[in-house]
Design a protein around this ligand. Structure first.
Ligand SMILES: C[S@@+](CC[C@H](N)C(=O)[O-])C[C@H]1O[C@@H](n2cnc3c(N)ncnc32)[C@H](O)[C@@H]1O
Length: 471
């Protein structure tokens, strides 16, 4: 008798748990409990992003989700998914309402909803409803009726500040000096969720459906503005949103291991004294990692005027010597204009191309190609959208092929790679941009004179690195 898919999926889970438990035993470690706060610097967290551990956890995530989709009554699954937006806004309510900090301060014995509500001046019954929905999704725990405590998932949203400091703080100020994860989550469930709510109308509109313009997006409709998201951010009244966006980009680094940018493309192999240009580098949070790890290269961080002003603060706080020595330069530059740096060893584009539709990406890539030397490398860091079927279109490129997923998992590994698809939709809602499949990126790069020569898939990361050279 054929083995049922339920049993095959269950077997994938138990086999993966065996792999994890063996590694934990070898390292004399215990798997982190969901009840304990997340500690990004603990040994066990670094073990969990080792390639074999990443693979095992991805298989568990993919198999558990597929098992759930298989066993659950379909109407219940569909309605649960259709109502998933409540999880999104409850996460933002927990952040902006300082529930995360108030609950953490109470310690493992937890805190009653009346005491929470007294501190943030909200309705205790609504506090309970928000926390209970989150708890039901493993974010926070309900210790006894109406008494809540932190856990592993709620702790990643924690600013680490006192509740007095964050209650009533602005949507940006509360995140200053934090990991930025909460800023990233709040932005997604604020601008992101509001814009995404309009996606179906945008998709079905006979004109807008074909638009790649950054000012004809679901965001424009949701926020009743003719400005593109970045131009909207530049308005004085939206400064807190822009500031939160910068902090969110810093937080997006947590979607990958801290040194992910160093584990794919080898910046240290560039000739000494080389210049890297971080195009649309934001405040330069990624460049900071490279600057710290590779002391003998120079970095030019380019972005819009306001962001570069924020970048000056960021570098003053994190590595002032890099600015005073001139090793790191902050440069106001519009990447749709000709690239001023003509001798770059590498152009880095992280989370840039996904902001734009193909005609705009072509402008960016062609301008970089015009400024490239024959040795210049183009390093694109973005989520690579896996095909949901087996694809051989890009198999000749080193690193491109995905490791085959065990049957009956989706070749894309389903929920384990959920971020690539969700971020893709967010890019559409914000900018008419998109995350791309590798086949799409290869075609686009070639139209602009770049040949993709290597793909780095970073274990434990939601992003891939695509390396290209001038054709
Ligand atoms: C998604 S963020 C990525 C920031 C950074 N690369 C990172 O990964 O943290 C996109 C960046 O592109 C910048 N940007 C948008 N339009 C630009 C333009 N025309 N020229 C230069 N930078 C631009 C934005 O200000 C923003 O900092």
């Amino acid at each position: 008798m054929a083995v049922s898919s339920l049993r095959l999926l269950g077997q994938i889970i138990t086999d993966s748990i065996d792999i994890i438990e063996r590694r934990m035993a070898d390292a004399s470690l215990s798997f982190p409990s969901l009840d304990e706060p997340f500690n990004s610097t603990s040994k066990v967290e670094s073990v969990l992003v080792e390639p074999d551990m990443s693979k095992a956890t991805s298989h568990i995530i993919a198999a558990a989700a597929q098992l759930t989709a298989t066993v659950r009554r379909p109407v219940q699954t569909i309605m649960d998914d259709a109502l998933a937006f409540h999880l999104s806004w409850c996460i933002r309510a927990a952040i902006d309402g300082s529930l995360v900090e108030i609950v953490r301060e109470a310690g493992p014995q937890g805190i009653h909803i009346n005491d929470i509500a007294r501190k943030n001046k909200t309705d205790p019954l609504k506090v309970a409803r928000i926390l209970r929905l989150l708890t039901n999704n493993h974010i926070f725990q309900e210790i006894s009726p109406d008494v809540f405590a932190s856990n592993r998932l709620s702790s990643v949203l924690d600013s680490g500040k006192s509740s007095e400091e964050v209650v009533g703080a602005s949507i940006a100020e509360r995140h200053v000096g934090t990991s930025g994860v909460a800023a990233f989550a709040a932005m997604m469930s604020d601008e992101g969720m509001k814009a995404a709510a309009i996606l179906p109308e945008h998709f079905l509109d006979p004109t807008l459906s074909f638009s790649g313009e950054p000012d004809e997006t679901p965001f424009n409709r949701a926020f009743d503005t003719k400005l593109s998201l970045f131009d909207w951010y530049k308005k004085e009244k939206n400064e807190a949103f822009l500031r939160r966006f910068g902090l969110a980009m810093f937080g997006s680094r947590k979607l990958e291991p801290a040194d992910a940018i160093l584990t794919g493309f080898q910046w240290k192999d560039l000739p000494k004294g080389s210049t890297i240009v971080d195009v649309g580098g934001g405040v330069g949070s990624l460049s900071l990692i490279i600057a710290e790890a590779v002391p003998d290269i120079n970095i030019v961080i380019q972005d819009g005027q306001l962001t570069i002003a924020h970048a000056e603060e960021f570098w003053k706080a994190n590595m002032p010597s890099a600015i005073t020595s001139g090793r790191v330069q902050l440069q106001v530059h519009d990447f749709f204009h000709p690239q001023p740096v003509k001798d770059a060893s590498a152009f880095l584009l992280r989370s840039i191309l996904h902001d734009w539709a193909d005609p705009y990406v072509q402008k960016i890539l062609k301008s970089l190609r015009a400024a490239a030397t024959p040795e210049t490398k183009l390093v694109v860091v973005d989520a690579i959208v896996p095909y949901s079927c087996i694809a051989e279109v890009t198999s000749a490129i080193p690193g491109a092929a995905l490791e085959p997923a065990p049957f009956p998992l989706l070749p894309s590994l389903g929920k384990a790679n959920g971020y690539a698809y969700q971020a893709d939709m967010t890019m559409w809602a914000y900018f008419n941009g998109q995350n791309r499949t590798l086949g799409h990126s290869v075609a686009l790069a070639e139209e602009c004179g770049w040949k993709i020569i290597q793909v780095h898939r970073i274990p434990g990361s939601s992003f891939g690195q695509i390396v290209a050279v001038p054709m």
